[in-house]
Design a protein around this ligand. Structure first.
Ligand SMILES: C[S@@+](CC[C@H](N)C(=O)[O-])C[C@H]1O[C@@H](n2cnc3c(N)ncnc32)[C@H](O)[C@@H]1O
Ligand code: SF4
Length: 421
């Protein structure tokens, strides 16, 4: 197994330490890889059919990995020679020189397949090992059918503030096409249970553009999500991932392929329905009530820093990226042997960091500070401003509502010509 420790991985890329501003507090991502079954469209790193022993081993491995990472301090995850990793910023606690973390996201997979006490224990372990802000956003991802009131009370007591539910659709036939195993009513039950347990923020994920979905189905899904009074909605265009059962069905001609025009129309419908319900679009795929935007995802989009724990998780710290081994068994074996489960790492060049900042930042309504993305193609800026797609206020570049759905293509146009390929 090619396991790389954080300390040894500088050989992967020749680092040019860069000191772009790192806005906002860092976050922690924890990956729980277990699912009851694999949905037909999903290519995430998940393990199905895991028994209680595998789950217990995972619950033990996560705090163990966390303790090692926490004790090593930020110098172990930052690029060699990065400026300021040992300096304590304002409000920093004194745990191995870490700054205060502002968010934790326990994602999957299906974290709620773990016993609630075990999942709560993982959350508490993070709060013990690292300095966590008193008002940190702590999200747990859940499948609707796995959510029960008693479990949620346990999670809230451990500090969980946010539940992200994979609803996907409120149309039974679309759920069937996606290979989802929950029924529509379980989403409402889960939201009600979350509110009753005192979960502060509830978000639902929806998928649009599934073959067979009609405009009316999508409209009804949005209306039903809104009707549940959720604080946040993520709407994702269905992507046909190679090597999924869904892709095989498309190849065999059993279901039609994705229609991008339909998806564009559905995205516009989402914005209209959600805006009318008071949810503001703050990123291409994300809408929130004012103040309910996801702090954790904002860290990703603003080029911030986050630690990553669990099989296949990816972290980023001041321009250095690393990723853990993907198979759950290899992850567990590495941690149980006292090693680091890191599969690889790279240090981004200044050019790569600028490109990434442009690609992720332009997808948000806040846009990007010009200073973080310069040089960009100034001729393209002029053309995009004249076309009503971009606002250039000298300090920041940001897309207009008309430009936002085209964010990825516009970001590519703005790259200096030599970086575009
Ligand atoms: C990693 S999943 C975890 C959520 C949870 N396990 C669930 O399915 O309910 C996070 C979200 O990614 C989205 N997603 C996963 N695969 C996708 C695909 N192929 N196309 C579009 N969205 C996808 C789904 O909306 C899903 O809720
Ligand atoms: S439950 Fe979520 S993570 Fe698991 S296979 Fe389905 S979409 Fe993927």
């Amino acid at each position: 197994m090619a396991v790389v420790t954080h300390a040894a991985d500088a050989v992967v890329a020749a680092p040019t330490p860069v000191s772009l501003p790192t806005p906002g507090a860092p976050g922690v991502y924890v990956h729980v890889p277990f699912c009851a079954h694999r949905c037909d469209y999903c290519d995430f790193a998940v393990t199905t059919g895991a028994d209680a022993l595998a789950r217990r081993r995972s619950v033990a491995a996560l705090p163990r990995e966390l303790a090692t990472v926490a004790a090593a301090g930020p110098a172990a995850v930052a690029p060699r020679g990065a400026a300021g990793v040992l300096a304590a910023p304002d409000g920093a606690a004194d745990i191995a020189g870490w700054p205060v973390f502002g968010s934790v996201f326990v994602g999957g997979g299906t974290p709620t397949l773990l016993d609630a006490d075990d999942l709560a224990g993982v959350v508490r372990a993070v709060a013990t090992a690292l300095p966590l802000a008193g008002d940190a956003e702590i999200t747990v991802e859940a499948n609707p059918e796995t959510v029960i009131a008693e479990s949620l009370a346990t999670l809230v007591a451990a500090g969980v503030t946010r539940l992200s539910l994979g609803a996907q659709s409120f149309s039974p036939s679309v759920l069937a096409t996606l290979g989802r195993r929950h029924d529509v009513s379980s989403v409402a039950s889960a939201v009600t249970a979350a509110r009753a347990a005192g979960v502060a923020q509830v978000s639902v994920d929806l998928i649009y553009g599934t073959p067979g979905e009609r405009d009316a189905d999508w409209h009804a899904s949005l209306r039903q999500a809104v009707g549940l009074g959720v604080d946040h909605v993520s709407c994702y265009a269905l992507t046909v991932e190679a090597n999924t059962p869904f892709a095989a069905r498309v190849r065999r001609g059993e279901v039609p392929d994705i229609d991008e025009d339909v998806q564009a129309r559905r995205m516009a419908t989402a914005d209209a329905v959600l805006a009318a319900a008071g949810l503001r679009r703050y990123e291409v795929s994300n809408w929130a009530r004012p103040g309910a935007e996801s702090a954790h995802n904002r860290t990703y989009w603003r080029g911030g820093d986050w630690l990553a724990l669990g099989a296949s998780s990816h972290g980023h710290w001041q321009g250095r990226r690393w990723w853990n081994v993907r198979p759950t068994g290899r992850y567990l074996a590495a941690v149980e042997a006292g090693g680091a489960p890191v599969a690889g790492a790279e240090v981004l060049t200044a050019e790569q960091r600028r490109t990434e900042r442009l690609l992720t930042g332009l997808r948000t309504v806040d846009g990007v500070p010009r200073a973080a993305v310069t040089p960009v193609d100034e001729a393209q800026i002029g053309a995009l401003v004249r076309a009503g797609l971009l606002v250039d206020d000298a300090a920041r570049l940001r897309l207009t509502p008309a430009g936002l759905p085209l964010a990825d293509g516009i970001a590519l146009r703005l790259l200096p010509a030599r970086e575009r390929c």
